[in-house]
Design a protein around this ligand. Structure first.
Ligand code: KG4
Ligand code: ZN
Length: 339
């Protein structure tokens, strides 16, 4: 039934989110609470703080989206909660609340893989770019993940490449920290880079031109540290040039890896990006170039659906329920859960 509504819950990292989605893809209600302020003093996500913050916020957020959608729990067709991969404390909070609601109202429960939820977002009807057709190539570029995945259908994923060390968002955050910028550093680094000369300070482009679709960022981060060490008393312009050089290196490597991956998926209908790093304009421009060279569009869902959210979790839940694949209430959250 296209009008059946599914409640989605997301609590795998530092965003607490709830959403209600109709099976036809209509978003009835959505809410996201970021924990940035709680974690900022520590310069990164503190798992224990994250779990407690989810526990504080999620039940109220669920009440809020239910009221917004004008639904009672008995009107729902199912409950979907992110059950991995991610920080185990937060996963337990979301999955347990989801199971509790399912148990109390006799609803099917779906344990959603967070990576699958990111992967399927581009198939949501109603996106400006239009729902993307299978198969497509997904680049998941976030603070926790850096992967190249062929998405051939629901439940049909082939990982073509992953990072050998840091996630690309993590690389942005570490470079930003070296440049004296506040966490999370990606957006601040992009702003600083806007007034910089990307060509002034040469930086390595790890794995560029090498076969395959894997990524490696730690050498680039180290090169930023070394460049800074050679610039004692670095001026604002020095720092901007370094930020611009870093960003250009990342964008060039991502485009190179995307070209290799697209060659492995000749039937791909599009290059799709997801994850917070998809917000970066230089990264988008480089990926648009790689896609265009293969005669394909670059599709980026709106940023609020690219970063962690519960709409994508509900959508993955809808797909799984359509196929009659709910999970047992005994399903255990999994901190590691490859696609
Ligand atoms: O997907 P996301 O919101 O959360 C997860 O990691 O799951 O991604 C956050 C990451 C952070 O590392 C952040 O620094 C990075 O995305 N990011 C950016 C930009 N906006 C966010 N990196 C580069 N440029 C940006 N404009
Ligand atoms: Zn994510």
């Amino acid at each position: 039934d296209d009008r059946a509504a599914v409640l989605g819950l997301e609590s795998s990292c530092d965003e607490t989110a709830a959403a209600i989605l109709r099976a036809d893809g209509t978003i009835l209600a959505e809410a996201v609470l970021s924990q940035l302020a709680e974690h900022a003093p520590y310069g990164g996500v503190v798992p224990e703080i994250a779990a407690r913050a989810h526990l504080d916020a999620l039940p109220q957020l669920v009440g809020q989206v239910m009221r917004q959608a004008g639904l009672g729990y008995a009107d729902l067709a199912g409950v979907a909660a992110t059950s991995g991969p991610g920080l185990i404390g937060g996963l337990i909070v979301g999955a347990t609340l989801g199971k509790g609601i399912a148990l109390a109202h006799d609803l099917p429960f779906v344990a959603v893989n967070h990576l699958e939820a990111h992967a399927l977002t581009a198939t949501l009807p109603g996106l400006a770019a239009g729902p993307v057709r299978f198969p497509y190539l997904l680049l998941l570029l976030s603070g926790g993940h850096c992967q190249c995945v062929e998405v051939a259908g629901v439940g049909r994923y082939r990982r073509l490449g992953t990072t050998l060390d840091d996630a690309v968002g993590e690389a942005f955050d570490k470079a930003a920290k070296l440049l004296g910028l506040p966490w999370p550093g990606g957006p601040a680094l992009e702003r600083l880079a806007a007034s910089g000369d990307p060509a002034r300070i040469p930086l390595p482009r790890p794995l560029l031109g090498r076969p395959g679709c894997d990524f490696s960022w730690s050498g680039l981060k180290t090169a930023v540290a070394h460049a800074l060490a050679r610039l004692p008393g670095a001026t604002e312009q020095d720092r901007a040039d370094l930020a611009a050089g870093f960003q250009a290196a990342v964008a060039a490597v991502l485009a190179d890896r995307a070209r290799h991956a697209l060659a492995l998926v000749p039937a791909a209908s599009a290059l799709v990006v997801a994850g917070g790093v998809a917000a970066n304009a230089a990264v988008r421009a480089a990926l648009a170039g790689a896609a265009a060279a293969a005669g394909l569009p670059l599709v980026a869902p709106p940023i609020r659906l690219c970063t962690d959210n519960a709409v994508m979790v509900a959508w993955a839940g809808v797909q799984r329920l359509r196929r009659g694949l709910p999970d047992e209430l005994g399903h255990a959250p999994r901190p590691r859960w490859p696609l």
